[in-house]
Design a protein around this ligand. Structure first.
Ligand SMILES: Cc1ncc(COP(=O)(O)O)c(C=O)c1O
Length: 369
């Protein structure tokens, strides 16, 4: 298999673990194993007694029961647990697509959502979000993009990198168009439950019917990327079966300690979500002030969900700016070039507790620039 390098990951590989501040992370502040175990009185004992044998390939039953609580119409046999959302994307594309198939992908995007399909030899149409309309997708455009051989539509909301949250009517409409045309809707919902107003939370796509697949993960809203636990939830038995067959050739089953900790965390998911929301609220206040003070250099569209946004840099070339910033001030931003973005944007992250310090460092850099 030939696939292009994952630009975001390659950029992170250069800097992520040797800078003072990662001001572009998409995950929320994490916790320690000790903090997780303290959520239940006997959890530490149970963790120490955990048997390190192979685990159930589809994910432990108790873990899948917890995952089901996130959805309305999903039962345990409709969930397939993976090593991160990334494995699930890879396996979904390989299970359901063949060379020559047509795929429509919400763009800009987390690269694997388009790149895996491309590497299979698919014909990929990028469905461009409209910056002028708050990075919205217009479902009326979708119908015209559909071809006789369109197999999959990929959407991601809350969105990486813009923080765009789709309107429920648009989401329903996209689902209906997919269903009417016999196309699978792959809905990347890894930032779900990070909406700033709970009433804005969309239904999960998998609850709409068997033409949909929802992608979830422990990494983002729950702040636990180190567990590497993600999943798909789908009422489509064919998708589930085909992905399970492929999983036997990648990871077979998930890490037993990670499954234990993910299950524990999901039992306390509301507390983890509240913690995340508090961090985001405080950090967004800091960012609002920062972007107000520097309106001449940045155009900021405040996100509606999640931990990342995609401001435009108005003061020159964004790649040079990010490069100079990381070298001089040890603050990492992600230039839009890693999304193939021609619009001089960069990704900023506000899910980490040290974000105010990072913004202070950035402001100092701007004063000296
Ligand atoms: C939209 C989106 N989907 C999937 C993933 C992959 O998640 P994970 O790294 O937990 O596998 C990410 C990670 O950044 C993401 O932003």
């Amino acid at each position: 298999m030939k696939i292009s390098p994952f630009k975001i990951e390659r950029y992170f590989a250069r800097y992520e673990f040797n800078v003072d501040y990662v001001l572009c992370g998409s995950d929320c502040e994490s916790v320690t194993i000790a903090q997780l175990l303290s959520l239940e009185p006997d959890a530490a004992d149970r963790f120490h007694q955990l048997w390190l044998g192979y685990t159930e390939s589809q994910g432990g039953h108790a873990l899948r029961q917890e995952i089901c609580k996130i959805y309305r119409n999903i039962t345990t046999e409709k969930v397939l647990v993976h090593t991160g959302a990334e494995e699930a994307i890879f396996l979904f594309m390989h299970a359901m697509l063949a060379s020559g198939d047509h795929v429509i992908v919400h763009w800009p995007c987390y690269q694997s959502l388009m790149e895996v399909a491309r590497s299979i030899g698919c014909d990929v149409t990028l469905w461009k979000a409209d910056e002028e309309k708050g990075w919205a997708l217009d479902p009326d455009d979708l119908q015209q993009m559909i071809k006789p051989h369109t197999r999959v539509i990929v959407v991601n909301t809350p969105h990486n990198p813009t923080g765009y949250l789709m309107h429920p009517d648009a989401f329903q409409k996209i689902s209906r168009i997919a269903s009417d045309n016999g196309i699978l809707l792959f809905s990347d919902e890894v930032y779900r439950e990070s909406e700033y107003r709970i009433e804005d939370r969309l239904p999960a796509a998998c609850d709409f019917g068997a033409h949909t697949v929802s992608l979830g993960v422990m990494s983002k809203t729950y702040g636990l990327p180190g567990l590497r636990i993600g999943w798909i939830a789908t009422q489509n038995e064919d998708v589930h079966k085909r992905m399970a067959v492929l999983k036997d050739y990648t990871t077979i089953c998930n890490s037993a300690p990670s499954e234990f900790l993910a299950e524990l965390a999901l039992r306390h998911r509301e507390a983890l979500v509240e913690r995340t929301q508090q961090i985001i609220r405080a950090n967004l206040n800091v960012l609002d002030g920062f972007f107000d003070r520097h309106a001449d250099r940045f155009a900021w569209q405040r996100p509606e969900a999640g931990t990342i946004g995609f401001p435009k840099f108005l003061g020159g070339d964004v790649e040079d700016f990010c490069d100079a910033l990381v070298k001089a001030a040890g603050v990492l931003l992600l230039p839009g070039i890693v999304y193939d973005d021609p619009g001089n944007h960069f990704r900023i992250g506000f899910g980490r507790k040290n974000m105010p310090g990072a913004v202070g460092r950035l402001e100092g850099f701007l004063q000296n620039a």
